[in-house]
Structure formats: C-alpha cells, structure tokens
Design a protein around this ligand. Structure first.
Ligand code: FAD
Length: 269
C-alpha cells in the first residue's frame, strides 16, 4: 500500500501579523511549524502502514526551509519526503497551489508507484481555506472524504474503505472505493512520540527536490499571475459592543425591545 500525505509548513499562528496595506500575512521572523492537522494525517498514515504494510511518502510545496516540516514527518515514521519548490510558484492562491501539488503528486506516482490513500489536513492554520485538499482530489478525480475522524475498515483486496467524518449535524459513516482522498480532523488519533531510530533516520534523510526542472508544469497555471483570487482588503473586525440589558416587567421589556428595533424595521419596509 502506498500512502501520500500533503503537508504544509505554516507560521505559528499565535505569532502571525497582517500587512494591512498589501493584505498579506507577515511571515518573516515568525517561527514555522508543521500544520497541526498534518501531524495527525502522518500519524494515521504510519499507523496504517504498520498494520497493513507499504510505505508513506510526504510532499510539501514551499521554500527550502519547508524541509524542516518534512523531516518532522520522517521522524514520525514516513519513508520518503519530497519538497516541491520553484520561484514560479510565488504568490500562488489555492487554485494554483492545488495545481502545483497535483503535478508534484503525479511525478511521485511516476517515481514511487500508484497511490492508494491520499491524506491532507482539513485546513491550514494560516490560509484556513480548506480548499487545497479538495482541489487536488478534484484534479485526480478521486472520491473525497473530508473531516475524517475514523477509518472503520480498510479492505485492500476488495479496494474499499469505510470511514467516519464530521458533518455540521453530527457524524456520517461512508464507504468509498480506493484510491481515495482524505482531509483529516485532529480528533482522528492521538499523537505518539517519535521513537529514537525514526529521529536518527530523519536527521540523516535526504529530501528529494521537485521543481519545474523535473516536473512537467503548465506555467499558465502557476504563481501570482495565474491566481484568480485577489485579496481586496485585510482588516481586524471591530470588537462587538456588549448587548444592552433590559429590565422591568415582561411587558416593559417587550415595549423597550419594540422601541429599539422600530428604526430598523422602518429601514427594511
Ligand atoms: C493572491 C494570493 C497570493 C498568495 N501568495 C502566497 C505566497 O506568495 N506565498 C505563500 O506561501 N502563500 C501565498 N498565498 C497563500 C497560499 O495560496 C495558500 O497558503 C495555499 O494555497 C494553501 O491554502 P491554505 O493555506 O488555505 O491551505 P488549506 O487549503 O486550508 O490547506 C488544506 C490542506 O492542504 C494541504 N496543503 C496546503 N498547502 C500546502 C502546501 N503548500 N504543500 C503541501 N500541502 C499543502 C495541507 O494538508 C493542508 O492541511 C497566497 C494566497 C493568495 C490568495
């Protein structure tokens, strides 16, 4: 079984600031961490590998320092890690990012063989869009199970998975054919400690590099110029005022409420 996990290195959200003029995040000087949802994606991938056999490959798209996030995944028991890095990706929105990652993943399929299970986090804690995983799954035309909280059954012979996901109203257990794409919740599993041999292996591991030189890329789908998303304005929402407290008898409160909402009702009618 081959499992591919998409991981993102993100700025520690507690220390991020916004450049209000450009509408972008100020990442400089902010410590980078592995997006927390991916820690759980890698944990699950390694757990499944240990139970069913196979290998776990990791990919990230980012600058050279994103290798640190990859090493963290290797120290959790992943087998191989690829860094997709090229100047032509600069300024990519989620559409261009998912395109680049799709092409990177296709290259990994060429190099490492077909993938049975694809994992991504449910969202990145900086961009927060939750669009990249579904974007990649759509390009591969794969069944997509978002907000994964449990893999109930994995049948590699009959090529299906039964999995439980969170919904707005509760939980949903569904069956899907393999290959399948998951985006995961943190409640999927409890993180284990990296055993020493994994830590040593990760420290010595070579990160494989992917770029426009070895991945066939359509430049018309990469980077800021080909990213349709535009950030028009970035701002901190105004603090909401504390609501008024009305007192008196029930009738008093009703009449005070009616007085307060009357001006708004006039505007609507
Ligand atoms: C106009 C515009 C310009 C931008 N310019 C830049 C820029 O110059 N530099 C920059 O760093 N960002 C830039 N961004 C942000 C960038 O587009 C997003 O960070 C990226 O597309 C991922 O989206 P997200 O953070 O919302 O992740 P989500 O969609 O919330 O992530 C979901 C999951 O997808 C996977 N994933 C997401 N991103 C990656 C990745 N890079 N590698 C591997 N897996 C991933 C992870 O598993 C993650 O948990 C820009 C965004 C816009 C709109």
């Amino acid at each position: 079984m081959h499992i591919l996990v998409f991981v993102k290195q993100v700025p520690d959200a507690s220390q991020v600031r916004v450049n209000y003029e450009t509408g972008t995040l100020i990442r400089e000087g902010v410590p980078a961490i592995l997006n927390p949802f991916e820690e759980h994606a890698v944990e699950e991938a390694v757990r499944l590998k240990n139970e069913y056999g196979g290998k776990v490959t990791i990919i990230t798209m980012g600058p050279p320092q994103a290798s640190e996030a990859l090493k963290q995944c290797l120290s959790r028991g992943a087998d191989k890690a690829y860094l997709l890095s090229d100047r032509i990706f600069a300024g990519s929105d989620t559409l261009a990012t998912s395109y680049a990652l799709y092409e990177g993943a296709r290259k990994i399929v060429d190099l490492e063989g077909d993938v049975d299970l694809f994992f991504a986090g449910k969202q990145a804690i900086d961009g927060d869009t939750a669009q990249t995983g579904p974007g990649i799954a759509t390009r591969f035309n794969l069944p997509l199970i978002t907000y994964l909280i449990k893999i109930d059954e994995l049948n590699l012979e009959e090529k299906y998975v039964i999995a439980t996901r969170l919904t707005e109203f509760g939980q949903e257990t569904i069956k899907a054919p393999i290959p399948v794409f998951f985006t995961v919740e943190e409640s999927l599993n409890i993180l284990s400690h990296s055993p020493l041999p994994y830590l040593i292996k990760a420290e010595k591991a070579e990160i494989e590099l992917l770029s426009g030189k070895n991945v066939p890329l359509d430049k018309e789908q990469c980077g800021l110029k080909h990213s349709p998303t535009m950030v028009k304005k970035a701002f901190t929402p105004e603090k909401r005022q504390r609501g008024a407290t009305l007192s008196g008898t029930f009738d008093d409160v009703v009449s005070q409420t009616a007085d307060k909402i009357a001006p708004f009702l006039k505007k609507v009618s």
